[in-house]
Design a protein around this ligand. Sequence first.
Ligand code: DGL
Length: 298
Amino acid sequence: MGYNRRLNKLAVSLASTMSRAPKILIFDSGLGGLTVCGEVARLLPDARLIYAADDAAFPYGGLPEDVLIARVLSVMHRLIALCDPDAVVIACNTASTLALPHLRAQFPKIPFIGTVPAIKPAASQSRSGLISVLATPGTVARDYTRDLVRTYAAHCVVTLAGSGELAPLAEAFMQGKIVPDAAIAREIAPAFVTAGQLRTDCIVLACTHYPLLLGHFERLAPWPVEWVDPAPAIARQTSHVLREQLGFPATNPPSAAPNYAVFTGTLSPGPELLYALRLRGLEKAVMEPMPLAEYSGT
Ligand code: DGL
């Protein structure tokens, strides 16, 4: 292609980027990514948001690593074909700590913004030097997480507290069910550690589901701590990618199409969940069933 044609093509693609709202796909195994979606919506009110919950494969926390990678890739193929996003936010620590390099290799033209345990800010914020990472069993077992601890928190005593129960409890809470205090208290207890006069003062919420239960955590904590939620930082990073990497201006014409949620399972959301989605600006729920057996490539 000649120089002038290339220049012309670039100008046309830039002009189309500038004159429309950016479209962002926000992905999680379930409802946890709504905590990130809320922050992205707040920071980028002009963006068009599509929230995707892979509830057919929930929870990700206990899936073997090869199954999880295959699952995330095959579901992402379908979601990208459906939504054609400008950028994708993987609003899930369990998936990000494993599948991000695979996603970036398979979809090189789309920027992926990941969610990884906020160990660095917790380690610099802690005064006692005792920090905990509350996460799914998958995330606490990852090399990625252990590398973050070595790199950013070598001066701290870090407790990795894995819970297989908290994400399902958060899902139940969002669906309007009663979640027993005793079950939550039991799951957060291992994150509270003492050493002589010192005690844990920062707990990383390293699963996007957990901020949904923050009110419970604060009420049931044996002592007050700083709960570190990475959602605002992820929203800032998303904004940075849109502006700096993709060239969207600081304000765009608002999207005319509504924000919505996609579910890969077969159970339609009940009224409580629909209300919670609407509170976050997601005006409708669309069912796109992708059974685990069919869409995990295993
Ligand atoms: N929300 C997900 C995370 O951030 C995981 C929940 C799950 O599917 O186990 O890790």
